[in-house]
Ligand binder design. Sequence first.
Ligand SMILES: NC(=O)C1=CN([C@@H]2O[C@H](COP(=O)(O)OP(=O)(O)OC[C@H]3O[C@@H](n4cnc5c(N)ncnc54)[C@H](OP(=O)(O)O)[C@@H]3O)[C@@H](O)[C@H]2O)C=CC1
Ligand SMILES: O=CCS(=O)(=O)O
Length: 253
Amino acid sequence: MPSVLITGATSGFGKAAARRFAKAGWSLILTGRREERLAELESELAPHVTVLTIPLDVRDSDAVSQALSQLPDTLLPLTCLINNAGLALAPEPAQKVALEDWHTMIDTNITGLVNVTHAAMPHLLATGKGASILNLGSVAGQWPYPGGHVYGASKAFVQQFSYNLRCDLQGTGVRVTDLAPGMAETEFTLVRTKGNQAASDALYKGTTPLQAEDIAEQLYYLATLPPHININRLEIMPVRQAWAPFAIDRDPA
Ligand SMILES: NC(=O)C1=CN([C@@H]2O[C@H](COP(=O)(O)OP(=O)(O)OC[C@H]3O[C@@H](n4cnc5c(N)ncnc54)[C@H](OP(=O)(O)O)[C@@H]3O)[C@@H](O)[C@H]2O)C=CC1
Ligand SMILES: O=CCS(=O)(=O)O
């Protein structure tokens, strides 16, 4: 059976993707920092498919490279890497944000993603034709909005890194996609607001956001496309989300 490595499998898109790939019989390598959540997911899925859980902070390059250099043969060849671990912090304007929050987003969404990509690359190259790297970008990487500051910039990095990887991997058979969702109801806003459940609920109230399972379905679709097809970027919004007009600063009347 093919195997998939999913970062950030303890919640949201990553957890839903683990379930979606398991449903199709794929072997799973699941990572995240919260060990108890990894254990719960392993208990749920291991009766059906091969599961390896690795408690891992993607920001720790040594831990990432050590863990991925020791994958058991039973989980190789690696067919798909889903670079999903990530977060937004500090929805307030840039001029009010603590520098530490910017660093955390850069360290996770950029450095963490390149750490995992670098460590997984030899496995993906060994697989070659049909292998995929699926990077979780965001609409925020393309479209600016107030409070997007470093989060949006980190996802713009994901887009351009994905495109540049495609250039270098041409001829290897390894595909790369920047999957860019819009508003999706996960723990994302709870994390962004540092645990404000009411703010998270209010954001999703009265509309129809994407669900984690919608994104998991797209990830599975991308990973199982015929091997001669590469979707470079796939941007998905809920029907009830669209763009806002330009904001104009005006003199007082
Ligand atoms: N929800 C949305 O509206 C959208 C989300 N995205 C992106 O999708 C991805 C998944 O987000 P989503 O599922 O919504 O959010 P969740 O908060 O539900 O899940 C985020 C996952 O990332 C993991 N994670 C965070 N930091 C680290 C770290 N340092 N090391 C390892 N794992 C980490 C968390 O695991 P743990 O805490 O256990 O380590 C968790 O499993 C992110 O990259 C996000 O930016 C993109 C577009 C829209
Ligand atoms: O990446 C997350 C979606 S949004 O909050 O930027 O719209």
